[in-house]
Design a protein around this ligand. Structure first.
Ligand code: PBG
Ligand code: ZN
Length: 330
């Protein structure tokens, strides 16, 4: 029996590591990374987050060091989450000019002025009930929450934040934030919108880290349903119309189709959030020796880029930057 004559032999381009390097379509660099940092106003020393091995909640006194460590690794940016010393029904610490995020922003920018400091803007870390806004009965009241969001972001801007990243999935949040920032003289502060954020079980470990688990119910009346793809386009277009400077898709790993589609229909930089549950799964499997952590993480990062991500928010950022420095081959 003779084999048919082959017309195409794609394996020709896979014969050596050098050839493979030459024809790789996608690349990953430390410039693509954003590192999430949890700052807890109640702490004197760092505390490990149980469900996220390698991640710490840090006290304000460690923010400057953290900013320097991140920037020294070549990572341009951090995103801050704050755990305040006191919570109330509406989350009023969010617009306290001396609140935990405002202090952290000032500390990070003073220590490392070139570091791009992003602040997540929401209320779930600030409210006693853990929901992302003001409650009206058991539901989050959209428009009342927007008014508080305007106060929160102006206060963050006064502290010197570089980018505002609203994550609460309130309707009209981008327009409300843009107007508030512009009126207060912060026309230059960009908005990175968590435009396409699903109600996801993958946020579980984060809620331990940020102390933001809802005390009742869930976030399904404001975050998106995981069965929907066309709605992602609608959310993205709405936020672009309202002036979003970046879009974000979250979670990332189970939502690669969404990343690809949002990239196709938008013309601003696209961030993806490689969330806490995705991180925890990799760490758990690696701790058991079931996967090669470095190779799995690098493959995952490159896959986000391939799907269309310009920026990746990830708890793996410090490790990835170190591995990139050592020029490990992916
Ligand atoms: C706050 C917020 C959440 C995350 C980022 N910002 C939690 C949530 O919506 O419940 C999740 C990040 C992660 O899981 O790593 N709204
Ligand atoms: Zn929230």
């Amino acid at each position: 029996m003779s084999l048919p004559e082959l017309i195409a032999r794609p394996r020709r381009l896979r014969r050596s590591a050098t050839l493979r390097r030459m024809v790789r379509e996608t690349s990953l660099s430390a410039n693509d990374l954003i590192y999430p940092v949890f700052v807890d106003e109640n702490l004197q020393a760092p505390v490990a987050v149980q469900s996220m091995p390698g991640v710490l909640r840090i006290p304000l006194s460690r923010v400057a060091d953290m900013a320097c460590e991140v920037y020294a690794l070549g990572i341009p940016s951090i995103i801050l989450f704050g755990i305040p010393a006191s919570k109330d029904a509406v989350g009023s610490e969010a617009w306290n000019d001396d609140g935990v995020v405002q202090q952290a922003v000032r500390l990070a920018k003073t220590a490392m002025p070139d570091l791009c400091v992003i602040a997540d803007a929401c209320f779930c870390e600030y409210t006693e009930h853990g929901h992302c806004g003001i409650l009206e009965g058991e539901d989050v009241a959209n428009d009342e929450t927007l008014i508080n969001l305007q106060k929160e972001v102006v206060s963050y801007a006064r502290a010197g934040v570089d980018i505002i990243a609203p994550s609460g999935m309130m309707d009209g949040m981008i327009a409300a934030i843009r107007e508030a920032l512009d009126c207060a003289g912060f026309q230059h502060v960009p908005i990175m919108s968590y435009a396409v954020k699903y109600a996801s079980a993958y946020y579980g470990p984060f809620r331990d880290a940020a102390d933001s688990t809802p005390s009742f119910g869930n976030r399904a009346s404001y975050q998106m349903d995981c069965g929907n793809q066309r709605e992602a386009v609608r959310e993205a277009l709405l936020d672009l119309e309202q002036g979003a400077d970046f879009l974000m898709v979250k979670p990332a790993l189970a939502y690669m189709d969404i990343i690809k589609i949002v990239k196709e229909i938008s013309d601003v930089p696209l961030a993806v959030y490689n969330v806490s549950g995705e991180y925890a799964m990799v760490k758990a499997a690696a701790a058991n020796g079931w996967i090669d952590e470095q190779r799995v993480v690098m493959e995952t990062m490159l896959s986000f880029k391939r799907a269309g991500a310009d920026l990746i928010v990830t708890y793996h950022a410090l490790d990835v930057a170190r591995w990139l420095k050592n020029e490990v081959s992916l």
